[in-house]
Design a protein around this ligand. Sequence first.
Ligand code: ADP
Ligand code: MG
Length: 285
Amino acid sequence: MQTDRREWQYCCITKERNRVLCLSGVIPTKWRHKFIIFCGYVLLLIERIMEQGQSIFVGNIKGGVGKSTISAFLFDYFRIRFAERSIQMLDTDRQGTAFELLEPLSKEGEVRHVPVSDRFDGLSLVTVDSILRRMRAEENSLTIVDTGAGWPGNVWQIAMMCECIIIPTSLSWADLRPTLEFVREMDERKEGDMTVTPHLIVVPNRISPAQRDLSLLSKHLEGLNVVLAPTLSDLSLVRQMSSNYRGLKGAEGTRFYNEFIRLGDFIIDYVLSGKLSAMFKDEIT
Ligand SMILES: Nc1ncnc2c1ncn2[C@@H]1O[C@H](COP(=O)(O)OP(=O)(O)O)[C@@H](O)[C@H]1O
Ligand SMILES: [Mg+2]
């Protein structure tokens, strides 16, 4: 009797992780597809088990919208809120603003500066990729990744590893136009990868009391898979803190402080808890 077995080799490339798994062996043809699917599941399971930490990417192609400021305050917020977790900052911007703000107040190794240029820079990207993977592999860790202005180039791959992308913007058209371009690009990449994460969280920042109507911003975001986060006010004290950062404590008693706590709570309740992922998955199925 002729057997249905023949030698074969299959390369399964996980698109998201760019890892290659080569399998070879003698498998009956009728089982081949089931075996390939099974291997895919095992691979994803291994990656999930290895990634016990979480990460938050802060990005926007527009500079000066508050990426580093929000990164630094988020770092402080989580450090206070999660005393038992390892909170880390990875600053990939050449300017290193978040690193400079936080370094004097942090323990060694908590805050790292690994600059990646917006031109193709394979070496730095591989370095950031492996550092973030190592950080995420640490049990219960939470890493905030601050990034520079300009198109993310290959840095978007780092963003795709994270639970969410925090996208600050003011309501001025000069900030809003590039922000919308960035949101559309990231939304398309997610769609291409058929993934619900990273969640795109737009944070209206530097909002004056006269500007509290966000209906125009919501209108521009219609049809995109984004979430509008609680608003942050423009506070001169925050600007002054660029030279003397004292963390959230330095802003206590201000409107900005209360708003920032609300933003942090929102990220915990919806993103880190997995609630937002469950909501998006429900919508897809
Ligand atoms: N909510 C805010 N209120 C007042 N000033 C702010 C606020 N957010 C950011 N800034 C100021 O805006 C400037 C640009 O912020 P920054 O965080 O460096 O932007 P980015 O990292 O996007 O380039 C800084 O001087 C910062 O102090
Ligand atoms: Mg910055």
